[in-house]
Write a protein that binds this ligand. Structure first.
Ligand SMILES: [Zn+2]
Length: 676
């Protein structure tokens, strides 16, 4: 076992020495070590104190944490079937460990005694926050309940995870079972060639004549946007909208009702009025009332624009195609057509101005202007793939701040999308400060021998977004790892990332890097204007749509009794009442395929998309008021938001930065929904 690099002491992950076979024994060994550390806390005969209980728990399992971060990061960025199989074996071990920990009554007794004694102690803000976080983590898992209720809670959790799983499986089956076969090519006008090609290939694969369209997003979206054939759009939308709502074995109505009922029962057991009350206690928004008022306010202000936009869309559809009754299957199509007519902004025109290397340089320049950081590429760090670039980051005093791994291009074994993650968080332990190791992973087109990697504008904002998360992690300056960097409430975590995107729309920032890769010409102003204007196109309809999803989420989860529910479709219709402006389609239902809230972790959290936008718009308004590279504002953002992580309640942090609470009008102004 001496040879296992994961079980040796290391500062940087020893990627090149790690083999798949090292993981299982490393997990087993470090789990054993973590259990021993916890037993030491429990067996300690001294009076429980912050130091011998809370702090000891916070710093237990460090080895396990590092091995987990390496394993799960690799499983996302550079996986293979062997690693995936290992994940199946390792995940239950980790769940078992965390269950045993949270159900450890002796340990909880000690935590509770330190918690009860809180007011007689002189804790720092950060210590109080950690104590509260750990105490709540246990109580929210039932540590304070009697044995019978605890047993019921476990049953509910098991039942919930089974039902969510079945919900997801049904949606997947409905997606996979759907196919729309079109025999005649002339019915496919407008659809991009590559989509047609893959539809044809799919038909061939299934030994059928013609083209097969599925409900997968890469097919569904372009067809809805570009297919001139109205009947085709209608068929595909009905297929998409009726997932889990048909009279077949994959119907999800019962699952929805069951999940809602179990979540309510769970919340009640733990002493909350509703599931949303339970969830929101651990969010910046805090209460159902705050969220409802927040959504209603945005809705009120966005509705007039939405109505106007829809009228414009109807008039346009009538004008060009004689459509008198605009339906849901027409919306994306005419929106796209109208957008093309108005802005004529082709992605291909912009791409030459966004060469990846230059965008990275520009991004670093923006960070250097704002936070006085320097990025030095280094070549001596071990990486998991030759594409990974490494940087050492230094602060304004030229002191080492963090290490940044950047992995930009797609390959087999990397999952879709873009994300930020860490190999080590920042913290202080035994008077020694550990600086973070941060990674951003994206999927941008790889350069070829003749052409560099050129980004779409959307990819540019994606890169700035992930870099914003990285800045949160890299600037962290806290004592405890679980309160460090991006370890904050999740309706707050998107503030640093979304804030960074704003610089991509400013000519003062764009001129730092947006130059044609062949002619060196700076991105013309007319394009910048167009980018800005088109980003607000049909914003009223977009906004009201997002708000309606947030309302639907709450209409399921803010209930304090399920007696009022008549049917899934009924509940949904009343949530969308007066928001959805196009006629309802009886055979479709959103809830029965709303994976975000019935399968993933977004229940009572859908509002946070808009919430985070309000935060970043309001924060950027401050920059705009004082200058987008203003030193004072940047310093305030760094010292109050980036450095303090989760050590203080986010609303308090925000007010320290901004001098006041966030104002939703900033978002509505930026989106062009109200006048500045
Ligand atoms: Zn993000």
């Amino acid at each position: 076992m001496d040879q296992n690099p994961l079980l040796q002491t290391f500062d940087y992950p020893p990627f090149s020495k790690i083999e798949n076979s090292h993981f299982k024994p490393a997990f087993e060994e470090s789990l054993k070590e973590a259990r021993t550390e916890i037993n030491t806390i429990v067996d300690n005969t001294e009076t429980p104190t912050f130091s011998n209980t809370i702090e000891a728990l916070e710093f237990s399992g460090q080895k396990l944490g590092r091995i987990s971060s390496i394993f799960f990061n690799l499983n996302s960025a550079e996986t293979n079937t062997e690693l995936q199989k290992l994940a199946q074996e390792i995940s239950p071990l980790l769940s078992e460990f965390s269950n045993d920990l949270l159900l450890n009554a002796d340990l909880f007794k000690k935590i509770k005694s330190v918690f009860k004694d809180k007011s007689s102690q002189n804790y720092t803000q950060e210590q109080s926050m950690l104590l509260e976080k750990i105490y709540k983590n246990f109580t929210r898992n039932g540590a304070n309940l009697n044995t019978d209720d605890q047993k019921r809670l476990r049953e509910i959790d098991m039942e919930l995870s089974r039902t969510s799983l079945s919900f997801g499986e049904n949606v997947l089956a409905e997606t996979n079972n759907f196919e729309l076969l079109v025999k005649d090519k002339s019915e496919l006008n407008g659809i991009p060639d590559d989509i047609k090609e893959s539809a044809k290939a799919l038909a061939e694969e299934k030994q059928k004549e013609g083209y097969i369209f599925t409900l997968d997003f890469p097919t569904f979206i372009p067809v809805m946007k570009f297919a001139e054939n109205r009947e085709l759009r209608k068929k595909l939308l009905l297929g998409f909208g009726s997932k889990g709502f048909k009279d077949n074995e994959y119907n999800n109505e019962e699952n929805v009702l069951k999940i809602v009922k179990l979540r309510l029962e769970r919340a009640n057991l733990l002493g909350y009025k509703s599931h949303a009350d339970f969830v929101l206690q651990e969010r910046m928004a805090k209460t159902v009332d705050t969220v409802q008022t927040f959504l209603d306010n945005i809705l009120d202000k966005a509705m007039p624009s939405a109505e106007k936009e829809l009228e414009e869309l109807k008039a346009f559809a009538l004008e060009i195609d004689g459509i008198k009754d605009l339906r849901k299957w027409d919306k994306a199509y005419y929106t796209e057509k109208l957008k093309q007519k108005k802005f004529d902004l082709d992605e291909e025109i912009l791409k030459p101005y966004f060469k990846l290397d230059r965008v990275i340089e520009g991004m670093f320049k923006v960070a250097s202007k704002l936070y006085h950081l320097t990025f030095k590429q280094v070549n001596d760090l071990d990486t998991y793939h030759e594409d990974v670039i490494t940087y050492k980051v230094y602060n304004e005093e030229n002191k080492y701040l963090a290490t940044l791994y950047a992995d930009f291009h797609p390959r087999a074994g990397k999952r879709d999308g873009a994300w930020m993650t860490t190999y080590k968080d920042q913290y202080k332990f035994n008077k020694k400060e550990e600086r973070p190791q941060v990674s951003i992973v994206c999927n941008f087109t790889k350069p070829t021998k003749t052409k560099p990697s050129l980004l779409t504008f959307n990819e540019v904002t994606t890169l700035f977004h992930e870099f914003g998360h990285a800045l949160h992690a890299m600037n962290a300056n806290t004592t405890y790892p679980s309160l460090s960097g991006a370890s904050v409430y999740w309706d707050f975590v998107e503030l640093p990332s979304q804030l960074m995107e704003n610089w991509c729309y400013e000519s003062e920032a764009l001129k730092l890097f947006a130059r044609h890769y062949q002619t060196n010409e700076i991105l013309p102003k007319k394009y910048i204007e167009k980018i800005k204007e088109s980003s607000n196109f049909m914003e009223g309809l977009q906004t009201t749509r997002q708000v309606s999803f947030g309302k639907l989420d709450l209409s399921w989860h803010a209930l304090d009794s399920i007696n009022s529910i008549e049917s899934v479709k009924n509940t949904e219709n009343s949530a969308f009442k007066n928001i959805e402006l196009l006629p309802d389609i009886e055979s479709t239902c959103m809830s029965t395929a709303f994976g975000h809230i019935f399968q993933g972790g977004y229940s009572s959290g859908y509002y946070s998309y808009k919430w985070a936008e309000v935060l970043d718009a309001d924060a950027f308004e401050y920059f705009k008021e004082e200058g987008i590279f203003n030193d004072e504002v940047a310093k305030k953002f760094k010292e109050n938001i980036l450095q303090l992580g989760g050590t203080i309640e986010p609303m308090a942090l925000y007010k320290q930065f901004r001098g006041k609470k966030p104002n939703p009008d900033a978002l509505l102004k930026r989106a062009g929904l109200i006048k500045s």
